[in-house]
Design a protein around this ligand. Sequence first.
Ligand SMILES: C[S@@+](CC[C@H](N)C(=O)[O-])C[C@H]1O[C@@H](n2cnc3c(N)ncnc32)[C@H](O)[C@@H]1O
Length: 357
Amino acid sequence: MENKITQGDCLKLLKQTPDNSVDITFADPPFNLKKDYNSYKDSLKLQEYLNWCEEWITEMVRITKSTGSIFLHNIPKWLIYYASFLNKQADFKHWISWDAPTAPMGKSLQPAHYGILFYAKDAKQLKYYEIRCPHKRTRKERILAKDYGGKKFMLHPFGPLVSDVWTDIHRIKHNKFRDEHPCQLPIHLLERIILMSTDEGDIVLDPFNGTGTTAIAAKRLGRQFIGFDLDEQYVKITQQKLEQEKSISKIGDCWVSFYLDQVVTLRNDDWDYLKDFYSIPNIAQEIDTTQIVLKTKVRIQTPLKSLVTLNGNGNGNGYHDSQTTLFEPTVHYGLNGYKRKEAHFLQKKLDKENQLI
Ligand SMILES: C[S@@+](CC[C@H](N)C(=O)[O-])C[C@H]1O[C@@H](n2cnc3c(N)ncnc32)[C@H](O)[C@@H]1O
């Protein structure tokens, strides 16, 4: 099943997947909110929905390796049940609160976050990497949004360690960046999860593939993917998008997550290497007003290429081609192909020639 998207019922397909065989599992299931999917009726009776969820969650835990993680994305209403299923078979790590407005529910506070439950199959053996995101800055002046007072010198030049509240990743806002699917997640949300919990070559499985956000994130970051979806059309869209993707979301030798022309997630352990690719203010206090930037020799092309997706329009063979610009950039890095040490050396040489530092 590796590096394939399979059409079918995930419960059946999960049951065919061996025990302890994938590095992480991520699920973004239907929320039982009457969403308009092609092949799935999103309105089960409460107990029927919960029984079904418990079945595939149990399978997800079974197939995840003992070093692996299980991630479940949903609204809090369902996650509290999911946690009760998971607590019996895995170790709680976090409830990640992903700040994203959702529809008003009537007689309630305005729901403003989705949850991502993060469980370790076995907390003692868990593979986990600390990750960093850029400092939050004001939109126009680009100064630090938080007041750190006299503590600025203590700040990491790139940005803070990522907490369990994610406010810097936005839902896909423009229709032109969407596929024909009612609820597509942003790719850099999945890239953050993958960078934090897997290594290059690891296997990432998503039983509710949709139009392939998880698989694309995995491929961009040099991981393997497995995806399942009931719907033939969503599977086709995913396959066609995957054909356009390359495993090149890197700077030099390090995998990073980009959104537009910026790195939005990197691993803390990689900073010693990555810092040479950035222009960093000499004086720590300047961090307040000066955003660190990738040096000009690091070329990021955005948008790099256009992507043809298949959108159903009900004519002839049921499809027509439409141009969609890639939402996230793909990165062509000038030093790609060089070994870490050589790249490092070459970058220094280029910098000297161009007086970048
Ligand atoms: C919330 S969407 C996932 C969206 C996905 N995360 C993305 O970003 O594109 C849920 C998906 O589950 C699929 N689905 C529903 N029931 C399923 C089942 N029993 N087996 C496999 N897929 C199923 C639906 O077709 C839908 O595409």
